[in-house]
Ligand binder design. Structure first.
Ligand code: AMP
Length: 490
């Protein structure tokens, strides 16, 4: 497909961009480690948090709005009995903010109890939902997670677990890392292109699946490996091991490059790369490609830190007498500014969040380093702040290429016309944000730092070409959504 549009039909329903966890232990309650793992994944979602556990007889569930610490109190965690659990933190979106969209999604059906946590976004959810609705399935939300749950429940009535998951995978198209609980069996599934991360870890008395390895570290586990694209991992109910089924195999992957740039924690290892080191390497590339002479290099905290340290290190190694210093102080009690629904609220939030350190910037030429520019709100505000604090020059360097197309794969990136780079050059953006100069990083540098070819990454938000068949958008490969016929067969 070719062409482009403001926002495809895939934006009509709430998208699911999140952190997921699944835990199976020998006989300890799984809720507490799941809760801690969700804490470690808090950066992946602040809108709601939830856990579903199973004690061998029945499912228990608690979901609440807000941060993990607000969504649960001690009694809530204590009431989640059983040595199997899955958990979820949900990313904020401007639209739906009520409990009906919170996850894990759970459903009881003839074949048992099912819980499902989803990170990613299906691009054919409407096709599958329509077909399921036509055969009598009633939906309580318009999210794609419920679609997966219903499809899987239907398949579980006719097939064993592995075949049922395989059948569902043949019908859904898009990005998904899932943790699923069928009765007290916990499973993890990663979509055939491995767009979102999912890792497997070992605990003293069991196994854990999580979006990022930092969650495994937090509960004292060891990272075993990434769940492979197209793989199903089934944790044994007694916590003694796991089984692996490679259900779908594709010649290439489509790992999201933005996980490395912004979304994942720097202390996480994704697809065998430590995110912090990737970011430092991106910073080194940034100096090599677009270094600019200045007195001081300073990060936008927290996301720009690793980039700025790599950038300054590379500059210094090439004999540039530049200082690396903190010039912006962050108020850690203000949440991510991006979630504010209006432009005015977003602008105020940047001021609430960051304040300049005068001694770093006064009468000096300053280079500010951040990971990305989306709408341009943050950088515009920061350039003003730093100038008001007395900087003589303000340069901006960005550790990613220009984001100029929407993300349909589970990251809230704004619509095309909100993206400042969608219709402006770097020089025009520099002018708009008031910077003396602005440079981005090339996509080549990104692929080099991540150590993967462009054919194995998803950079749709940069290239406008997606690894999946997104309605109205171009694809960078032979991507085709499955035909969903009325009988539900593939
Ligand atoms: P903006 O102010 O709209 O240009 O957004 C850029 C700032 O938001 C940068 O400081 C990024 O670290 C951060 N950011 C980038 N992408 C996202 C995202 N998808 N969600 C939340 N924050 C983001």
């Amino acid at each position: 497909m070719t062409g482009g549009r403001e926002d495809g039909p895939e934006f009509d329903h709430p998208t699911e961009k999140c952190g997921v966890v699944g835990v199976s232990l020998s006989d300890r309650e799984a809720a507490l480690p799941t809760y801690y793992a969700l804490y470690a994944l808090q950066h992946r979602g602040q809108e709601s948090a939830g856990i579903v556990s199973h004690d061998g007889f029945q499912q228990h569930q608690h979901v609440g709005m807000g941060l993990v610490g607000d969504a649960f109190d001690e009694a809530d965690v204590d009431a989640l009995h059983g040595s199997a659990a899955i958990g979820h933190v949900r990313y904020p979106t401007a639209g739906s903010v009520d409990k009906s969209c919170a996850q894990p999604f759970s459903v009881s059906f003839k074949g048992g109890a099912l819980g499902l946590s989803h990170n990613g976004n299906l691009v054919n959810a409407d096709d599958v939902r329509e077909e399921l609705a036509a055969s009598g399935h009633a939906f309580t939300s318009d999210g794609d997670t419920e679609v997966i749950a219903h499809d899987l429940a239907r398949n579980l009535l006719e097939a064993d677990l592995v075949r049922a998951v395989k059948e569902t995978m043949s019908r859904i198209h898009g990005s998904y890392s899932l943790t699923i609980m069928h009765d007290d069996t916990v499973l993890g599934v990663r979509d055939p292109l491995g767009n979102r991360p999912l890792v497997l870890g070992e605990l003293d008395d069991g196994y854990i699946l999580a979006s990022e390895s930092a969650a495994i570290d937090t509960v004292g586990g060891e990272l075993v490996r990434d769940v492979k694209p197209g793989e199903l991992v089934v944790l044994h109910e007694d916590g003694t091991g796991y089984d692996s089924y490679q259900l779908v195999e594709e010649p290439n992957t489509a790992h999201c490059f933005f996980e490395y740039v912004y979304f994942a924690r720097p202390d996480s290892v994704i697809d065998e790369e430590l995110v912090y080191e990737v970011r430092r390497e991106l910073g080194r590339h940034l100096w090599r490609e677009a270094g600019v002479e200045s007195d001081v290099v300073m990060p936008v905290p927290d996301s720009g830190r690793a980039f700025a340290s790599g950038y300054a290190e590379q500059a210094q190694s090439e004999g540039e007498g530049v200082e690396f210093a903190e010039g912006l102080m962050k108020n850690r009690y203000v949440g991510r500014t991006f979630i504010m629904p209006t432009q005015e609220a977003r602008e105020r939030a940047v001021r609430l969040k960051l304040n300049p350190i005068k001694s770093t910037v006064e009468d000096r030429a300053v280079t500010i380093i951040d990971d990305s520019i989306v709408r341009g709100t943050t950088s515009g505000q920061l350039v003003d702040l730093v100038r008001e604090a007395g900087a003589s020059e303000v340069h901006v360097r960005i550790g990613a290429p220009p984001i100029n197309a929407p993300c349909y794969m589970g990251i809230d990136m704004a619509t095309r016309d909100e993206l400042i780079a969608s219709d402006k050059t770097a020089e025009e953006i520099a002018e708009e944000i008031g910077a003396d100069s602005l440079s981005y990083l090339s996509l080549d540098a990104v692929t080099d730092a991540i150590g993967k070819s462009e054919a194995d990454l998803c950079a749709g938000c940069v290239t406008g070409e997606y690894p999946y068949d997104v309605a109205g958008e171009a694809s960078d490969r032979d991507a085709e959504r499955p035909a969903i016929d009325a009988a539900g067969d593939d």
